[in-house]
Design a protein around this ligand. Structure first.
Ligand SMILES: C[S@@+](CC[C@H](N)C(=O)[O-])C[C@H]1O[C@@H](n2cnc3c(N)ncnc32)[C@H](O)[C@@H]1O
Length: 283
């Protein structure tokens, strides 16, 4: 009975609020709905569904809770040391470097990339183009603004300290506001893109696709990774989240470059057998 009420609620979110709940795994959706139920003191799914149907503000709050927009500057710093090495490799062989941060949430990941290349004497930052995409328009609006504030739970300064002189790239206000400098924004653009339903792009040297697979139902990981593989140049690099894996049926598309940091490289030919893209298998 209560499972049916949750199903009805999710069908309402999909059909009426246009959020594709069927792409996400059930336990994730249940956790997000339950957290809104606690906030609204609803005892049952049915009671919460009634509230949701009649309250546009709660609809916005639930959509926001479901779109998993947790992010940070230089999230998992050890991975960023790996990304720096990848970018130095690419810089050594290319005149132009194209990077895609997908999904980019509110922009902290693509701006971290912009700061990283500006901070690296081995990379010519003027040759680097960074695209940030996400499915969420509100997240992209924040990203374009590039202004972030400290909160009780997020220590922005600590995140930025991955770079010794981060204040060359970000203006820090007295009120703990962090404003990305125009110069740091110059090579970063944002656009809306749905990794499951929209077309592939092309010619990227590096795609950073972190912390979305963990929420996505298995059947949608494959189309996402196919989109990514098609968007990379042969030998282009892919970085996924530290808790994520590439499904076995896509092993042959990517070779493992660093199993722990989840860094892969697109195979020049689809059936090349060098390195299997299951990081756990190579431990
Ligand atoms: C947890 S954030 C990850 C942000 C960043 N990559 C990081 O690791 O910090 C996940 C983002 O995925 C976005 N998202 C959810 N479904 C998506 C889809 N089908 N296509 C593109 N982005 C999606 C959400 O809006 C959210 O901003």
């Amino acid at each position: 009975m209560s499972e049916d009420a949750l199903k009805d609620l999710l069908a309402f979110v999909e059909d009426e609020l246009a959020f594709a709940t069927s792409h996400y795994n059930d336990s994730y959706l249940d956790r997000r709905v339950s957290s809104r139920m606690r906030r609204t003191r609803s005892e049952t799914y049915g009671e919460y569904f009634e509230l949701l149907r009649g309250d546009p503000d709660e609809q916005t709050a639930l959509l926001e809770a479901m779109s998993i927009n947790v992010t940070g500057f230089f999230r998992n710093p050890d991975v960023w040391a790996g990304i720096r090495t990848v970018l130095r490799n690419v810089a050594g062989s290319n005149d132009e470097i194209r990077i895609w941060s997908a999904p980019c949430a509110d922009g902290r990941e693509p701006y971290s990339l912009s700061m990283l290349v500006r901070d690296d004497p081995e990379i010519d930052a003027s040759s680097v183009r960074i695209l940030g995409t996400d499915i969420s328009e509100p997240a992209l609006e924040t990203a374009r603004r590039g202004v972030y504030t400290e909160s009780r739970t997020v220590d922005v300064r600590e995140q930025l300290e991955f770079l010794d002189e981060y204040d060359r790239y970000v203006d820090v206000g007295d009120d703990s506001t962090y404003r990305i400098r125009e110069e740091t924004k110059r090579n970063v653009t944002f656009e809306r893109h749905d990794l499951i339903n929209d077309d592939a792009k092309s010619g990227f040297d590096l795609i950073v696709c972190r912390n979305l697979f963990i929420y996505i139902d298995n059947e949608y990981k494959q189309p996402m990774l196919e989109t990514i593989a098609r968007s990379l140049r042969p030998n282009g690099y892919l970085v996924i989240g530290k808790a994520e894996t590439i499904p076995p049926n896509l092993n042959s598309a990517f070779a493992v470059r660093d199993a722990r940091l989840r860094i892969y490289q697109r195979e020049p030919t689809p059936d090349s057998s060098a390195g299997r893209a299951d990081p756990d298998a190579s431990r």
